[in-house]
Design a protein around this ligand. Structure first.
Ligand code: ZN
Ligand code: ZN
Length: 390
């Protein structure tokens, strides 16, 4: 007769995992994980989340599959070429494990994903190929206190970094002068985004993406189980020499990423349906505020692009991060135009009559509104179902 404790139920998909002493499959089935990027790393991370039976995964990626992605993307097939990466990855995940609910989001993480999503998930896994998006994810995670795990790969080398707000060192604490310079290069005069030639073109082998994606998910497993992690540390793997080392980042007290939000007041306001004026009215209904209300825009809004040479002006109404240099070329005279930026919207102004989404506020965001009583934060809770339901 076998010992009871060693009895394995072979009909239970997770029976072998449950044999790990600290394992809690229930915790995993209840977990919600946001995966940012469905490229080489994102594929490996999502594959692992599905094998482990993690309950819900949100996948954010606005790219489409190209033939050259197939050498390092276990979830994609030749027939998927041209399909959105997030969508093909989600379909493959459901096939691997129907227990894992997955929501594909064809979106720009910086401009189209509300802070409410960062707030509602248990952990964010960054599978990104650029510093700007990492910096954005870092700041969002800090505001709402959600841990995040960054992964980076190049050729056959890789690195995993774990950050746990509010106390650990963060991604920006570890940024060097050179990192800042490279981010600013993309925003040369007049402040618009240069076409990013190298994004996604870093050479990588599928072997390193599976190693780093594996490490990222292992760190996520520890976080989900409440086990200790090396917060504010990087684990660096050199694939040529097979050396692995850990390095702890110094927390910088003057770092710009450490802003944390108080618990936001939830309002039945939707970014898609309601205007800034309606948001202000809902705030006055619910709380004691006085004076003119002002909505702070977390994403600078390009209202229009005006040519100083010939006076031609074109309306834009999109966040700065989405406007490229090419759009700033004057259709009349070919001069490079200057964008007119707005950082805040006052009650009673013309812009306040616009729907929030037209002001660059994504659905289910947390917005900052200033009154005579100071600044308060509000969750656009009417968008919760459409954003979070799978
Ligand atoms: Zn920091
Ligand atoms: Zn012109």
């Amino acid at each position: 007769m076998p010992d009871d404790t060693l009895l394995i139920d072979d009909d239970d998909r997770y029976s072998r995992l449950r044999l790990i002493a600290w394992w809690d499959q229930q915790k995993l089935s209840r977990a919600r994980v946001l995966v940012v990027g469905a490229g080489a790393l994102g594929n490996e991370v999502l594959k692992n989340l599905a094998l482990l039976g993690v309950g819900t995964a949100y996948v954010v990626d606005f790219d489409h599959i190209e033939e050259s992605n197939l050498t390092r993307s276990v979830l994609f097939r030749h027939r998927d070429c041209g399909r959105p990466k997030a969508e093909a990855a989600a379909a493959a995940i459901s096939d691997i494990n129907p227990d894992t609910r997955v929501k594909p989001m064809l979106a720009n993480i910086m401009t189209e994903v509300g802070l409410g999503m960062f707030r509602d998930v248990d952990v964010v896994i960054g599978c990104l190929d650029n510093r700007e998006a990492r910096l954005w994810v870092n700041r969002q995670c800090w505001k709402v206190g959600t841990p995040w795990i960054d992964g980076g790969i190049q050729e056959i080398n890789g690195v995993v970094k774990v950050f746990t707000p509010p106390d650990s060192a963060c991604y920006e604490c570890a940024m060097t002068e050179n990192d800042y310079r490279l981010i600013n290069l993309r925003y040369s005069c007049p402040l618009l985004r240069q076409e990013d030639l190298q994004a996604g073109k870093v050479p990588t082998a599928p072997t390193i993406s599976s190693m780093i994606g594996g490490l990222q998910v292992q760190e996520a497993l520890k976080l989900l189980h409440g086990m200790p992690v090396d917060a504010g540390c990087a684990t660096v793997y050199n694939g040529i020499s097979n050396q692995v080392y850990k390095t702890a980042f110094q927390r910088r007290e003057d770092c710009l990423s450490h802003e944390t939000y108080p618990t936001p007041l939830a309002l039945e306001i939707s970014a898609r349906e309601h205007t800034a004026e309606q948001l202000f009215a809902a705030i006055r209904d619910r709380s004691q505020v006085s004076g003119t209300l002002q909505l702070a825009l977390d994403r600078d809004l390009v209202v229009n692009i005006a040519c100083q040479q010939c006076g031609t002006s074109q309306p834009i109404m999109r966040p700065l991060q989405e406007v490229s240099m090419q759009e700033a070329v004057c259709p009349q005279c070919g001069q490079t135009c200057r964008p007119e930026l707005v950082h805040a919207v006052d009650g009673g102004s013309e812009l306040a009559g616009k729907r929030l989404i037209e002001l660059g506020v994504p659905p289910y965001d947390v917005v900052r509104v200033e009154s005579n009583e100071g600044e308060h934060v509000y969750l656009l809770a009417a968008d919760r179902g459409s954003v979070m339901n799978v």
